[in-house]
Design a protein around this ligand. Structure first.
Ligand SMILES: [Zn+2]
Length: 376
């Protein structure tokens, strides 16, 4: 939204003609808001309002955002912790411009403006309401977030279901257009047929891979933990090291969750202990009856030294979750947890993973400060 003015000015630098169409590539707010300057100009000049084109699933999405606006903000504060969330974002759910042309199901929509044909296609991928656009005379594709110059955003930890298989098929449909230019949802312009074929085909291949390998393991009767760790082992280097599949936002590990979740419900361990689990605090207290805090704390430090940060977090949580009253041990456990989370965050390349680890450390830091007050 803060880029709205820059984008509006850039449009006005090459044309002063009225804006006739606004096309929502999908219902994420960074792709369907920011038109305030356009509307202001239309009103000032007395022009007709533009047509607003969207897929029917976007209407359902906006309705959901309005119903869950506070919950959405709560997730944004964690997911986007490093960039902050402003008040205008919270109002966004209630201030959307309604579509005037709605694309239903798998229909395509075509229109002509001046000398150019505009072809709109719907495919599921990052969302269920995606539209991508082809302008044949210009040999251009505008993909929305179906292409982001990085590993696709399949299975973002705070977001709803995404669609790896359909994503792959969308990449194949785009390849058939054989274009010279591709404008991604994020990142710089792609130029040249070969370069464009390369990014579309590797993205499609990665999506087929994660989908098909999880499905294969579901059919082998495997539970999530086994599928997840096997998938980590077989992640091919050609995807891992590809310049267009870097885990900048989306992440292969998130994608495994997403495909699993598409086909299987929440009972994912195969261990009946987990069907109606006790509170984690109560479980931790039982462990602290067996051995005291210092045993778990010391083992955590050893694990950190061995570089086993994830295991260290699990062991340290016994102290943190199982200890009620303020004590020096608890304070030290908090401090160590913050240190481990920060170390893990530094290693991650995904913006989302970094933000979740860092924003998870924030409430612990607040508790450390409160400790200071209590002890003084
Ligand atoms: Zn998006």
């Amino acid at each position: 939204m803060e880029k709205a003015e820059t984008i509006f000015q850039a449009v006005r630098e090459f044309s002063d003609k009225p804006i006739k169409y606004i096309i929502y590539s999908h219902g994420h707010f960074d792709h369907c808001l920011g038109y305030a300057h356009i509307i202001k100009e239309i009103k000032q000049k007395g022009w007709d309002m533009p047509q607003v084109i969207a897929h029917e699933n976007l209407l359902r999405r906006f309705k959901k955002y309005r119903m869950l606006d506070k919950h959405q903000m709560w997730t944004y504060r964690q997911q986007f912790a490093s960039v902050g969330v402003t008040l205008s974002d919270s109002e966004a759910a209630h201030n959307t411009l309604d579509p005037t042309i709605v694309i239903h199901g798998n229909e395509s929509y075509k229109f002509k403006l001046g000398n150019y044909n505009f072809e709109l296609y719907h495919d599921k991928g990052e969302t269920d309401d995606s539209i991508w656009m082809h302008i044949p005379e210009k040999k251009v594709l505008l993909t929305g977030d179906l292409l982001v110059s990085a590993f696709p955003q399949v299975g973002s930890p705070f977001r709803v279901q995404r669609y790896a298989k359909q994503w792959a098929l969308a990449m194949e449909k785009m390849m058939e257009k054989n274009v010279e230019y591709l404008v991604p949802g994020h990142g710089p312009l792609f130029e040249g047929k070969e370069n464009i074929r390369d990014v579309l085909s590797i993205t499609g291949e990665a999506m087929h891979f994660v989908h098909d390998e999880v499905v294969k393991r579901l059919n082998e009767g495997k539970w999530f933990e086994q599928i997840y760790h096997e998938m980590l082992e077989i992640f091919p280097d050609k995807f891992k090291n590809h310049k267009y599949l870097r885990a900048l936002y989306g992440d292969y590990r998130f994608a495994i969750h997403d495909v699993y979740r598409l086909y299987h419900s929440w009972y994912d361990t195969g261990n009946p202990t987990d069907l109606f689990p006790a509170k984690t605090d109560a479980i931790a207290k039982e462990f602290l009856k067996i051995a005291d805090q210092s045993v778990y704390f010391d083992r955590t430090k050893e694990l950190v030294e061995e570089g086993k940060l994830q295991l260290a977090l699990h062991v340290l949580d016994v102290v943190i979750k199982g200890t009620e009253e303020s004590s020096e041990n608890l304070l030290n456990a908090y401090k160590l947890k913050v240190k481990i989370l920060k170390r893990k965050a530094r290693k991650e390349t995904s913006f989302i993973a970094k933000n979740i680890l860092n924003s998870g450390a924030s409430p612990i830091k607040t508790k450390i400060k409160e400790f200071g007050k209590n002890f003084n």
